[in-house]
Design a protein around this ligand. Structure first.
Ligand code: ADP
Ligand code: MG
Length: 373
């Protein structure tokens, strides 16, 4: 592909971006694109996570930024300079690969020193940087060991030290905690986040684990099928998902097919499958055509209580399964003529339900979101 085929792009300079992807596309086979029309600005100093299911194009995107793959079309700017033709070692980017990729025949210290050697830094200057990097990840005393003599968590820290040793302004991590058990993974999430903040580095982090993304990130780009579905901070992503994919990938959501039937101020009025009228937020997306649904989270559904009112959608159904889980009860309810919903009822409101028993549920209208595709 040559440059003349590229569409000129207006660069939005209003954001202090360290990285810009501009209309980036990637095809491995020359037939289909696995990354499609990627436009993304990574702000200086932020922790940005690419979150998505396996095969959604996260690693490919990271490899293009790191210089291990080339975009088929489009540009990648680092500090406003195009880098597509720069080899990885000229980009000043630290990289932690999915499988750590430590050299088994080298000691920990030699592993960490490797990127320095690559950049022509040796001797005492290198030694000092290696000591510092190992200190940052609490491995000061293990420099002489070989990777095989370390635990999984320690190996992970070595990979981290190696990515930080040359003081890059940008660090990329591809599922770095995937091989660790849950407890260690959660501890490392906090450690990595602390390091990122205290060193002031920009982080682009890849994971398929939504709770990891919510814990660590300033912003999350949700990937699906080679496209960013939504880019937002964790709270916005959780509370205001922009489509069905995001609504069900981040946390849990009930997706209820509906037909738009009008508007009341900021709210959409919709009819559920059995004719029940609901009010829902995000009315602006209601169009004349296309499949619509209302999404509502299990924790937004409550057992109906009192009179109801204008701010509440109320509906009845039949209990199907009831599970007590200590701090809450999960109740599945069939409503709207055959739709199964899940409600998460706090323990203090929980009571016994027989299968088939009538249940009346309600939810705040602002917690019901109208979504298109
Ligand atoms: P993710 O990291 O989100 O799981 P990837 O970027 O690894 O996604 O993969 C996106 C798509 O590109 C997948 O369909 C995958 O099979 C394909 N793919 C990834 N790497 C290569 C490669 N080196 N050669 C051919 N196809 C690839
Ligand atoms: Mg991957």
């Amino acid at each position: 592909m040559n440059a003349s085929q590229q569409v000129p792009v207006l660069i939005d300079r209003s954001v202090d971006a360290l990285v810009r992807f501009e209309d980036v596309k990637k095809s491995y086979d020359g037939i289909s694109f696995v990354v499609k029309d990627l436009n993304l600005a990574v702000r200086r100093g932020e922790f940005l996570t690419m979150l998505g299911p396996s095969g959604s194009g996260k690693t490919t995107t990271l490899m293009m930024l790191g210089g291990f793959e080339r975009p088929t079309l489009g540009r990648i700017l680092l500090d406003d300079k195009p880098v597509e033709r720069l080899p990885p070692e000229k980009r000043n980017i630290g990289f932690v690969f999915q499988n750590y990729a430590l050299f088994p025949h080298m000691t920990v210290a030699e592993n960490v020193a490797f990127p320095l050697r690559y950049r022509g830094i040796t001797g005492a200057a290198a030694g000092e940087k290696v000591r510092q990097a190992l200190g940052r990840v609490s491995l000061d005393t293990l420099g002489d060991r070989r990777p095989a003599q370390l635990s999984g968590g320690q190996q992970q820290r070595v990979a981290l030290a190696r990515a930080l040793v040359f003081e890059p302004s940008l660090v990329l991590m591809d599922e770095p905690l995937g091989a660790l058990d849950k407890q260690l993974r959660e501890r490392m999430q906090v450690e990595i986040k602390h390091l990122q903040v205290s060193l002031g580095i920009t982080m682009v982090y890849v994971t398929h684990d939504q709770s990891e993304a919510l814990t660590m990130s300033d912003r999350i780009a949700v990937f699906h099928d080679g496209r960013i579905q939504q880019l937002a901070d964790p709270e916005t992503l959780y509370n205001q998902p922009s489509n069905r994919f995001v609504a069900s990938f981040i946390g849990e959501n009930n997706t209820l097919p509906c037909t738009p039937a009008g508007r009341e101020g900021e709210l959409a009025v919709v009819r559920m499958a059995d004719g029940t009228v609901f009010r829902a937020a995000n009315a602006d997306i209601a169009g004349p055509a296309g499949e619509m649904s209302v999404s509502v989270r299990p924790e937004s559904l409550a057992l109906a209580d009192g009179e109801g009112g204008a701010g509440l959608n109320r509906f009845s159904g039949k209990a199907r399964d009831v599970f007590f889980l200590g701090d809450h009860m999960r109740l599945s309810v069939e409503a709207f003529g055959g739709q199964l919903l899940t409600a998460r009822i706090p323990a203090r409101q929980a009571r016994h339900f027989e299968p088939g028993e009538d249940v009346v549920l309600e939810c705040g209208v602002s917690e019901c979101r109208l979504l298109g595709s």
